[in-house]
Design a protein around this ligand. Structure first.
Ligand code: SF4
Ligand code: SF4
Length: 214
């Protein structure tokens, strides 16, 4: 079993949300197609601004808003609670993590001069402007690097960010996501659906179709 470590890539950073709404505008960089190879993931994260959701986030929003997941969730494949897909005779493993849909003007479908689902907003929104970049060591261990998105005007304002609360959210998000991925990969491998030379990609959902309303 790989070990998981958390590393905070900043020291005593101050933050106060100025409610400017910048983080509710989602960026989908056009130079990336539907699939993002892992070696370009860092570049993708730097250029994009997508809100990734766990199954628990989706369940909470659905219950609170009365909407179906298909009304606010974007995935490359149809969303049915499954994250791992294989393609090209098992040579491509695609991790299709669900992201929040955006309107045509790139704002979140729940943005209307502020967040309309604030009490159940996804963990990624609670974390922002902090974000997690996963790194795998040569030994196969996983490092969750918590960095921050410098585009947020609330950085260096207000109080020192509470690292303990950030780490708690990151652990929760990682556990909710990785448990389902590990189970799905194990089943696909047992069924012989993954080739020994398979490459892993992340999806870039919602690139072509962006809805105007929910
Ligand atoms: S970009 Fe920063 S300051 Fe603006 S709403 Fe988001 S978290 Fe708050
Ligand atoms: S869920 Fe709320 S906080 Fe998150 S991106 Fe949408 S409007 Fe913004």
């Amino acid at each position: 079993m790989p070990r998981v470590f958390i590393k905070t890539v900043f020291h005593n950073i101050r933050f106060k949300c100025l409610r400017c709404g910048t983080c509710c505008h989602h960026k989908r960089p056009e130079e990336f197609g539907d699939l993002v190879p892992l070696e370009r993931l860092k570049e993708f994260w730097e250029k994009s601004n997508l809100i990734y959701m766990t199954a628990k986030d989706i369940e909470n929003i659905s219950r609170e808003s009365g909407l179906e997941p298909c009304d606010f969730v974007d995935t490359l494949y149809g969303y049915g609670g499954k994250i791992v897909h294989v393609d090209d005779s098992g040579k491509r493993i695609i991790l299709d993590f669900p992201v929040m849909k955006s309107k045509a003007d790139t704002t979140c479908v729940f943005y209307d001069n502020g967040c309309t689902i604030y009490s159940v907003r996804p963990k990624a929104c609670r974390l922002f402007p902090f974000r997690v970049e996963e790194e795998t060591t040569q030994q196969g261990d996983i490092i969750l690097n918590i960095s921050c998105n410098k585009s947020c005007p609330g950085i260096n304002k207000g109080k020192i960010a509470d690292k303990k609360s950030l780490e708690k959210l990151v652990v929760q998000q990682f556990q909710e996501r990785s448990e389902s991925v590990a189970t799905e990969v194990r089943i696909l491998a047992q069924e012989g659906k993954i080739s020994s030379d398979a490459r892993v990609y992340r999806s870039h959902p919602g690139r072509k179709l962006q809805s105007d309303s929910i």
